[in-house]
Design a protein around this ligand. Structure first.
Ligand SMILES: Nc1ncnc2c1ncn2[C@@H]1O[C@H](COP(=O)(O)OP(=O)(O)OP(=O)(O)O)[C@@H](O)[C@H]1O
Ligand SMILES: [Mg+2]
Length: 462
């Protein structure tokens, strides 16, 4: 089915240029000259994308945008605005516009933005549908993700939640292993009973044993009264054994026994207690290596690893980065009682190509830091910590394959952009030096900066 586009612009020439071009490109197009008229006949069902002029007599673009978004919160609106009114475009982005194009525009730029928007719209509809199907029974409210990699995780969570199976969650630090464990618990029949986490790495062996199994009065010096351990406290619920690779060999034996026999004794106790807990374990270490090094028992590994959920690192699910930002920004900004941050396209591109060694935790911290330090709302590359510049981000953009194949021109443009940005970073924004580094003429570089819309960004640096 053809993508349907609504063009709202008071300029007759712009309307007819767009109409002819977009129809040639295979879109269905309707043009309206008046904001008020467009709004009153707007129906969320009839259009996929709206191209909206900001400056019009009568009802202005910003009001049209507000009105459309209030009726259709998923409307994909692209702003067309005269060069030099960038503040208005930022305002529009804050109100939920998808992107903006500056006038005078090159028709290829319009085509590129529209392709991205159409792909975005399609993915969003597809994911909404998937999420709706899963959400019928499951709640993933706190586990954000719209990438194919996370959908694999969602599907596994859905499978294991209803069962009692022991689950081993693996993944780098900060990828969200604990969030996954909680999601399993709160979607399981045990949801009304406690979710009890134990950090096996943080507590020394002697303490951890009594922490887990409890102790009888007088079991050791300092055991002045009988105390329940986490296994008993979690009765009916879920026990989350975090950083399992750090557990001492003695304790590994004891945990193995609980997993096999489903019973244990308190430290210094003789009474056998039934362990009515579901066990979820997590680690950011490769247990296979620990087994080879004989620091982790192989038999315990097989008991824990009945089902393995591997949470992918953030750099392998780049699609989730904008989504996570949209999730954390309102939370952090509300906490600081400030207006929401907006990320410029250049800043967002840097976040997309960064390697995120600290994964989602690092991203959450970045948003929090910016919500404290940034005075205005627009985040540009200059606001990002230096690690986003050093450590040579990959200059090759991820090749996104869509239903319609890959978009060679967009990819090449991004590639070119990244190389130019790299040169400018290396030369502190001095254009003549950057041109020298790239082995091109200064004038060629300046032309490219214009064409790739990098000139505003550079102007503020040199
Ligand atoms: N998919 C996600 N959606 C929303 N928040 C997330 C997601 N993944 C992680 N977070 C947040 O990132 C932070 C780190 O997550 P979490 O503690 O679950 O990571 P972890 O894998 O257990 O890390 P570690 O190995 O260091 O213990 C938390 O504040 C968590 O709320
Ligand atoms: Mg953790």
């Amino acid at each position: 089915m053809a993508i349907r586009i609504l063009v709202i612009d008071d300029d007759q020439t712009v309307r007819s240029v767009l109409e002819t071009f977009l129809q040639d490109e295979g879109y269905e197009v309707e043009c309206v000259s008046d904001g008020q008229a467009a709004v009153s006949s707007y129906n969320p069902e009839s259009f996929d994308i709206v191209l909206l002029d900001l400056v019009m007599p009568g009802m202005g673009g910003i009001d049209v945008l507000k009105e459309i978004r209030s009726r259709d919160s998923s409307a994909c609106v692209i702003i067309v605005t005269a060069h030099g009114t960038i503040e208005n475009a930022v305002e529009a982005m804050r109100l939920g516009a998808y992107d903006y194009i500056t006038k005078p525009f090159r028709i290829e730029d319009v085509a590129a933005v529209l392709r991205r928007a159409a792909e975005f719209k399609r993915l969003r509809l597809e994911n909404q549908e998937l999420k709706r199907q899963l959400k019928g029974r499951f709640s993933f409210d706190r586990l954000i993700g719209d990438s194919p990699e996370m959908y694999k995780v969602f599907e596994l969570i859905e499978k294991v939640s209803r069962s009692e199976t022991t689950v081993l969650i693996t993944g780098e630090s900060g990828t969200g292993k604990e969030v996954v464990a909680k999601t399993i618990h709160y979607n399981s029949p045990r949801e009304q009973k406690p979710f009890i986490p134990v950090n096996c790495g943080a507590i020394p062996y002697e303490l951890l044993e009594s922490e887990l199994f409890g102790h009888e009065k007088g079991a050791f010096t300092g055991a002045v009264s009988t105390r329940m351990g986490r296994f008993e406290i979690a009765a009916g619920g879920t026990l989350f054994l975090d950083e399992i690779a750090e557990m001492s060999p003695q304790l590994q034996v004891k945990i193995l026994r609980v997993l096999q026999e489903r019973e244990f004794e308190r430290v210094g106790g003789v009474k056998t207690i039934k362990a009515d807990v579901r066990i979820i374990a997590a680690t950011n270490k490769a247990l296979e290596t620990a087994i080879e090094e004989k620091s982790f028992r192989e038999d315990l590994y097989y008991r824990l690893n009945v089902i393995n959920i591997s949470v992918p690192p953030l750099r392998d699910r780049v699609d989730d980065i904008p989504l996570l930002i949209n999730y954390f920004v309102p939370i952090m900004c509300a906490k600081k009682k400030r207006e929401n941050l907006i990320f410029s396209r250049e800043a967002m591109n840097m976040l997309l190509s960064y390697s995120w060694p600290g994964n989602v935790r690092e991203l959450e911290n970045l948003v929090e830091r910016l919500s404290v330090l940034k005075e205005d709302e627009l985040v540009t590359p200059e606001d990002l910590p230096s690690r986003f510049f050093s450590g040579e981000p990959p200059v090759t953009p991820p090749v996104v394959e869509t239903e319609n194949g890959i978009y060679l021109n967009d990819l090449i443009e991004d590639f070119e952009k990244n190389l130019i940005l790299k040169a400018l970073r290396k030369t502190n924004g001095v254009k003549s030096k950057a041109a020298q580094y790239l082995n091109i003429n200064r004038t060629t570089l300046i032309e490219k900066l214009k064409r790739l819309k990098l000139d505003e960004h550079v102007a503020s640096r040199s």
